[in-house]
Design a protein around this ligand. Structure first.
Ligand SMILES: Cc1cc2nc3c(=O)[nH]c(=O)nc-3n(C[C@H](O)[C@H](O)[C@H](O)COP(=O)(O)OP(=O)(O)OC[C@H]3O[C@@H](n4cnc5c(N)ncnc54)[C@H](O)[C@@H]3O)c2cc1C
Length: 402
């Protein structure tokens, strides 16, 4: 199809002033690899439904996007087609504080949602990137630093409105915690990376803000000592939110976050000080660096994972820095240049521990689920999106995403 033909088709669903032929400023960071034929900003669900029907009829691809922070992780490369931004869908539809629920449009950012809820001392517990959209977060089933207590985005979905890959507007779930007696279709969308529908609205569970957060720290030159403390902490009767570990100048820093009622947290902090010499943090221990490498392991193997990273760094004389969330089982790391042999060895060891290794956005090792999982997902995709309109070549269908 000629480019101007596609433009004519798009104008049947979207006002010209919301159609762009270049990546807009919000998405410039995606780079030329992800430059679509057009980028459109939908203004409502009906427009999206119309657009998807047109895409089926005229055979062009649609790539939904929120803030775009994870877009390249879910999408291999762009085939001919359009990027559909939800950024203008950013309204609160219905707020029911006494029901602890809120319905928002999919393009609302986490930051705007938190600010909206703050006045009533409520919050949405997904403390991920504040610019991420609710739709993008649900579609990629994100989780925050405190995943140990708050789980991931899918657990906060009470109901969804979405546009199916053939253009029907579908509403699933509801506004109460007990609202689904049949199959919960919203969970097919959560973590689907946009493959099974374009989320347009979400009704979310929200929570009262915890009265107190407190982070305690301990440091040591000895990883074995840290390991003993971590094992013991998992058995303590404490309101544990997160345990993190960092390395800095030969030392290991453990940070332990507690969350709950002030009085309880005060008592627990005192207990941890006496038993493990954990002290309240003053100032920042580590900056928010980004890391190229990431390993994921079961909690029982996570410290062993750190030992492996370190032993290999010594063997190959590499400088290693890492930051691990011991309550999530994820360690991010950075090693000095020429990492090939280091990564090869790491991959072999992680395979035996049934772990995952991602480096530079490439999945080098992942636990084997057999071929059944990918084949079943692909069959569902073929049925619900027979013309392969939504995100053709999605990485998510190959089970490559964390
Ligand atoms: C500083 C920073 C900190 C972060 N911290 C964390 C963290 O602690 N934990 C964590 O898990 N993540 C974290 N992230 C990742 C971030 O949370 C996700 O990138 C984000 O939630 C995805 O939202 P988005 O709007 O950017 O989605 P996008 O990147 O735009 O999209 C993600 C995927 O969902 C699809 N999609 C987007 N919107 C829709 C929709 N409405 N309907 C259907 N499909 C859609 C897209 O096609 C794509 O496949 C962090 C990112 C940054 C930049």
């Amino acid at each position: 199809m000629e480019n101007n033909q596609l433009y004519e088709i798009l104008t049947k669903a979207i006002d010209e002033k919301h159609i762009y032929s270049e990546l807009t400023d919000s998405y410039k960071a995606l780079g030329s690899e992800y430059k679509p034929e057009y980028i459109v900003y939908a203004q409502n669900t009906e427009e999206i439904a119309k657009l998807v029907k047109l895409a089926n009829e005229h055979e062009f691809a649609i790539y939904p996007i929120g803030s775009g922070s994870m877009f390249a992780k879910g999408v291999d490369r762009l085939q001919k087609g359009i990027i559909l931004s939800t950024k203008d869908l950013n309204k609160v539809m219905e707020y029911r504080p006494h029901n602890l629920s809120i319905e928002v449009e999919a393009g609302m950012t986490t930051k705007d949602l938190q600010e909206y809820l703050e006045k009533d001392n409520l919050f949405y517990p997904m403390d991920t990137d504040e610019n991420s959209t609710i739709g993008g977060q649900i579609a990629s089933n994100r989780y925050g630093e405190n995943r140990y207590i708050y789980k991931s985005a899918r657990f906060y979905v009470l109901g969804l409105e979405f546009v199916s890959p053939e253009g029907e507007i579908v509403q699933v779930g509801g506004r109460t915690v007990k609202n689904v007696t049949g199959y919960d279709i919203s969970q097919l969308l959560a973590g689907s990376w946009g493959n099974f529908g374009i989320i347009t609205k979400a009704t979310l569970k929200i929570k009262p803000r915890p009265e107190k957060n407190l982070t305690l720290t301990f440091n040591s030159y000895d990883l074995t000592e840290i390991k003993k403390i971590v094992i013991a902490l998992f058995r303590e009767k404490i309101s544990l939110a997160t345990i993190n570990i960092y390395n800095k100048e030969q030392r290991y820093y453990l940070t332990v976050k507690l969350e709950g009622f002030s009085e309880t947290i005060r008592h627990q902090a005192e207990l941890l000080r006496r038993k493990y010499e954990l002290y309240k943090i003053t100032g920042n221990i580590i900056d928010a660096s980004s890391y190229k490498g990431m390993i994921a392991l079961s909690l029982e193997n996570i410290i062993e994972g750190i030992e492996v990273l370190e032993n290999l760094a010594t063997k190959y004389q590499k400088y290693l820095s890492f930051k691990g969330n011991l309550t999530n089982g994820i360690i991010e790391f950075e090693i000095s240049k020429s990492p090939e042999r280091y990564l090869q060895n790491l991959a072999t060891i992680l395979k035996s521990l049934e772990g995952t290794l991602i480096y530079d956005d490439k999945v080098l090792v992942k636990p084997s689920r057999g071929t059944g999982y990918g084949m079943l997902l692909q069959r569902i995709k073929d049925k619900v999106d027979p013309n392969s309109v939504l995100i053709p070549q999605s990485k998510a269908l190959r089970g490559n995403l964390l």
